[in-house]
Design a protein. Sequence first.
Length: 81
Amino acid sequence: MTGKPDIDPEEAMLESAPESERWDPVPGSTGHKVSAAPSEDEDEEGRSDNERLVDEGIAGAELDQMDQATRAAAKQDKEGD
């Protein structure tokens, strides 16, 4: 009832430390970078489901364009005979 909040001394010490030093499991350890594990949604090339769908859509559109061009050329050949 002194008007001051009860603060744990350890918590007060942590709060006064710079944020970069607040959690250091092994003091002085520099650590190392771990390579990212592939996601369940990625294929062996690292493409996501969405990327694969876009690639498949582009390939399908290219086939459609080639098919239409072939039909247009065949129609022109028939009309030219």
